[in-house]
Design a protein around this ligand. Sequence first.
Ligand code: RB5
Length: 150
Amino acid sequence: MIAIGCDHAATALKEELKQHLAARGVACRDYGTSGDAKADYPVSAFKVATAVAGGQCERGILLCGTGVGISIAANKVSGIRACCCSEPFSAKLSRQHNDSNILCMGARVVGVEYAKMILDAWLDSAYEGDRHAARVAMIAQIEAGTFEVD
Ligand code: RB5
């Protein structure tokens, strides 16, 4: 199950990506917002991030105007590795190297078809672990306040 959410700047893109997920046979749960009313991006960021961190959803997609604000907010939730991507290469590597669990995009940055390509790259890529595992563990230590450096 993929959690998906957005602010008012990205409702149309969210609907397009929901259709794309359905066409791929990927189930998703919509955490809003919908409609034209202004909606603060930290609200949907928090809903999707807590659904992913809590295990209700395996991964998440968050959309705002730039993808930046909503990724910053999502990354404040413990256990979240949200990446803001504007091209497929970073989306792919964010899975393979960083084990990203939320993909963020900006509806004012990428077009609908390019957003689908970015999403496909992200969905089709798996975490490679191995040499990357120690670095991802360090991120968790920073989050936990236990990271020590010389
Ligand atoms: C809303 O106008 C805009 O600030 C928001 O969608 C996003 O781009 C913030 O990072």
